[in-house]
Design a binder for this molecule. Structure first.
Ligand code: FAD
Ligand code: 2HG
Ligand code: ZN
Length: 490
């Protein structure tokens, strides 16, 4: 796995610190090998390892506060003692941001998991940061609302983690980013101060919008303890179709046609290449299309519609399919329209399940990049050829190079699936991929963040002036450098 080092001099947590935490935390909120009743390494292990099993920390202590006040007490103490703190949500992050680089305390938000309020008229939901995304979706569903964000990790990721990473996901095309849908935050600053910006106002132009700094800060500026977020009304009807394309070259013209034809009801336009599709099917994500349907397909596109009238939307979608298939030079070989809620989910699972499929297949190197849409295939193919030229494309090293992602957002997920994490693969991939991204003036992180993985690569996407300003902002909020050390900034 990855070797990391923390740049700031921090102090390890001791028995003395634990005795202090025990004064205000319940025993069940402390997992530590240092406590009088020591926890086992097995209990700590899940908090020290990330979702991919790539990043490993050495924390001796996990604290699971139940209130904002408890979070404040913890940070106040850690700030005074210079103990590093890693906020951890569902631990589904893909850039190593949620695990310690050394022996920092893990501050898990999972016990802060209550909905504080929901206004069915405005659709504004106020929830503790540790609420699981899917449980919030379930909470607002009876009120005919949905969360403005959705992603494959919905069953484990927390709303606080989503906000801290500024996660994009599958609904961004329709509802925009969390920078727009988050209306307010409650944040505990590193010195324990509670910053209450938990407003439920749609409009509030009163100077600097401080909450925006915490959206996407990956826990480096403070701990988010609650989120106020605008939930849209649930669409009356949702449909989807999976389209099989003979060539990647058809993706862009298809996107234009689909946008023009479906206009306001288009809610997702997602792409998976053939390798991604085959892996998803191999590992049981969604139901495979028939042999005939996939024959000759180089890639697939999932189109979702969400609108106000079922008959109208279905008619539009089937008209589109007919138009696509009857063209002189059809852009698609075939399309499978969902006919039931189960089929709707199954089509989505083919796309959402790629990440899980890759993890089942092997060890994943993930590059979450923004590059021009027209270059998606070239970037994937060139990376594969690059690895081949280094003699690394075989069963004992790299098994698959695949591409998928959010076409509508210009965001390609380039995944390299290997037998094991090996230094020679790492060296072949970096800086190679970052240089490619930089050549396109793209972003080295479209939606997953910088975490521990890309701190060294930040200059490929940000100017020296921007990085300098980021460091100054970090210093204002966290002069002791206790918050998530070694993440985002080197
Ligand atoms: P964690 O992984 O626990 O933490 C992530 C970062 O946020 C860390 O730096 C952590 O320190 C910080 N953090 C967590 N909680 C807080 C808090 N309360 N206050 C301050 N800092 C905090 N991402 C996308 O953008 N789009 C996708 O479509 C997408 N799909 C995914 C699918 C799968 C199967 C998986 C495994 C991951 C996916 N991700 C996706 C990655 C994504 O970043 C996370 O799933 C999610 O947003 C992180 O939430 P979490 O609660 O798991 O946070
Ligand atoms: C997705 O869009 C996620 O499925 C995960 O952002 C991407 O695993 C990945 O690389
Ligand atoms: Zn994504």
């Amino acid at each position: 796995s990855y070797r990391l080092s923390s740049p700031v001099k921090l102090t390890p947590v001791t028995e003395h610190d634990l005795a202090h935490f025990s004064k205000f935390l319940q025993p069940s909120s402390i997992i530590s090998t240092l406590s009088p009743n020591p926890s086992s390494q097995d209990e700590l292990a899940p908090y020290n390892s990330d979702w991919m099993g790539r990043y490993k920390g050495h924390s001796t202590t996990v604290l699971k506060p139940k209130t904002t006040q408890e979070v404040s007490e913890i940070l106040k103490w850690c700030n005074a003692k210079r103990i590093g703190v890693v906020p951890q949500g569902g631990n589904t992050g893909l850039v190593g941001g949620s695990v310690p680089v050394n022996d920092e305390i893990v501050l898990s938000l999972s016990n802060l998991n209550k909905v504080r309020s929901f206004d069915p008229v405005s659709g504004i939901l106020v929830a503790d940061a540790g609420c699981i995304l899917e449980s919030l979706t379930d909470y607002v569903a009876p009120h005919n609302h949905i969360m403005p964000i959705d992603l494959g990790a919905k069953g484990s990721c927390q709303i606080g983690g989503n906000v801290a990473t500024n996660a994009g996901g599958l609904r961004l095309l329709r509802y925009g980013s969390l920078h727009g849908t988050v209306l307010g935050l409650e944040v505990v600053l590193p010195d324990g101060t509670i910053l209450d910006q938990l407003t439920t106002l749609r409009k509030d132009n009163t100077g600097y919008d401080l909450k925006q700094l915490f959206i996407g800060a990956e826990g480096t500026l403070g701990v988010i303890t609650a989120v106020s977020i605008l939930t849209p009304p649930a669409p009356q009807a949702s449909n989807n179709v999976i389209l099989a394309l003979p060539s990647f070259d058809n993706v862009l013209p298809l996107y234009q046609t689909v946008k023009r034809h479906l206009s306001e009801i288009l809610s997702a336009f997602e792409f998976i290449d053939r390798t991604a599709y085959d892996l998803a099917v191999k590992h049981g994500q969604g139901r495979a299309l028939s042999e005939d349907d996939v024959e000759g397909a180089e890639c697939f596109v999932l189109v979702e519609t969400s609108g106000g009238r079922r008959e109208h939307d279905e008619e539009k979608l089937s008209d589109l399919l007919e138009l696509l298939l009857s063209a002189d030079k059809p852009l698609v070989n075939t399309g499978v329209l969902s006919q039931s809620p189960a089929q709707f989910s199954s089509i989505w699972a083919l796309r959402e399940g790629v990440t899980e499929a890759v993890s089942k297949e092997g060890k994943a190197y993930k590059y979450d990049i923004s590059v021009p849409l027209s270059s998606f295939k070239e970037v994937v193919d060139n990376t594969r050829e690059h690895l081949r030229s280094k003699g690394l494309l075989h069963d004992k090293a790299v098994k698959f190079v695949l591409g998928y992602g959010h076409v509508g957002d210009g965001n390609l997920h380039l995944n390299v699936c290997a037998d094991a994490y090996l230094p020679e693969i790492q060296d072949a991939l970096e800086p190679y991929i970052y240089e490619v991204v930089s050549k396109y003036r793209g972003s080295i992180s479209a939606e997953h963040g910088i975490g521990a993985m890309k701190t060294h690569a930040l200059p490929y996407s940000k100017s020296a002036t921007s990085i300098e300003l980021m460091k100054k902002i970090k210093h204002i909020f966290d002069p002791q450098g206790i918050m998530n050390p070694g993440k985002v900034l080197e």
